[in-house]
Design a protein around this ligand. Sequence first.
Ligand SMILES: [Zn+2]
Length: 187
Amino acid sequence: MNHALRHAVHGLAVCATTLCLSAQAQAGKAAHVHGLMHLDIAVDKQLLIVQMESPLDSLLGFEHRPRTPSQRQAADALLKRMDDGATLFKPDAAAQCVLMDTRIESAVLQSTAPAAGSKDADKKSEHADLDASYEFSCTHPDKLTAVEIGLFDAFKRLQKIEVQVAGARSQSRQTLQRPDKLVKLTR
Ligand SMILES: [Zn+2]
C-alpha cells in the first residue's frame, strides 16, 4: 500500500471511532522536514486520540532499512519506545485516562522483506516516516485541559512539533519548540 493511501485508511479508522480531524489534515501527508513532527490530538466525549507523523530522521537519525546490528538495535528500541504511549503522552491525572489502543506504522522498520529487495526500495524513497496513533479512554474527560508531551525528552533530534487540536466545538494549532511540554486542549 502506498504512503498516501495508507494514511487515508488510517484516517478513516479514526473517523469511525471519534470525530474526524479536519479534512485538510487527512487529505495528505504533512511536509517531511527533519527535526519536525506533526501531532493531531482529538477529544471526543471520553476518547482522547493522538496521531503522530514524523520523519524517521527526527526519531532515529536515519531513514533506510536497518543495515547493521546497531541500526537494527536502534530501530527495535525506537519501536519499543513508541509502544510506550503512556510515557510519551500524559493527559491530566484528574481525567483518569487509560491507554486503550496503540498503532505504529513504519514500513522501513517493520518490513520483513528479504534484504535483496531492500537496496532498490532504498533508492526509490530517500525519505521515510513513522506514523503512530494512541487512543486513551478518560473517566473524567471534563478534567482534560492539557497533555504533557514526553517527545523532546525521548528524541534528541526533535526540535519542533506542529500540533493540531480538535475539540467538540473548536480547533486550534500550536507549535511546540524544544523544551516545551504542554499541549493545551481546546473544547
Ligand atoms: Zn527524510
